[in-house]
Ligand binder design. Sequence first.
Ligand code: SIN
Length: 293
Amino acid sequence: MGSKLQNTQLGTSQLGYALGAEIEGLDISLNLGSQVYGAINHIWQEHHVVVFRGKHLKPRDIVSFAEGFGDLDDHASTPFYRHPDVPQLLQITNRLIDGKPSETRNTGRNWHSDYSYTGRPAAASLLYCDQCPPVGGDTMFANMVRAYESLSGTMKGIVDNLHAVYDVSLTAGINERDASKTAEVRRLNPPIAHPAVRVHPRSGKRALYVSERVSHFHGMTRAESKPLIDFLCSHATQPENVYRHNWREGDLVCWDNRTVMHVALADFDQNQPRHMLRATILGEDSGFVVRDE
Ligand code: SIN
């Protein structure tokens, strides 16, 4: 994997063996042309997570840069947590909001792919670090293409034929949020089944699409499904398959939700500010709503 890092336009260095690359020396606050987006997409497709460091972007800069990759999600599935002036951005923060601890301070605490509980699971996410604690608050990413490819042929055959049911209620910490908002988030996002293997529309690569937010496989009981969900999640998140990002202020980390799942770690002092802004690129329509199963 690491040998193909020569790129005529963009300086790149690999961050992890399984996934992750940094793109160096590019001013992403400028209007970038389609050739530059094409070069970024090429690197992104190969490494699944791309990192830009030291950028110090304003909210609107993040949106302008993100729009070059596709239509943005308006975060209607979680409408309460948008940036007040720039609704295309989701605020993931432990700052006080209206004098109260922000409800998004514990976002992303179990392995997941963004908006998998919606009918248009995210294609990609771009997360900007405005403020981070001096130690910890890392995010880990797992390569779901490698996870799929390293399964036995028999297990591939099994997961190829499954639909995983995603349930927003399995979002870690959701019950610590305001009960009326959580009820609305549940109403907006009934359990939905997606193929357990997601095919990347550009590369054609097959990626495992099962996370800790899957309640069961469609047509199977929860008891039957659980050992398989547990196995697939622990298989996918083996340390060798993971890149761990240690944030610095001004980092913009972009991941492909079709080939990566991630988790935000609570390994930091919550008295220290952590303020992140996320733009999300809409994916394709997918899945069917599952009731009474
Ligand atoms: C997320 O799950 O999108 C949040 C990740 C993070 O805050 O590190």
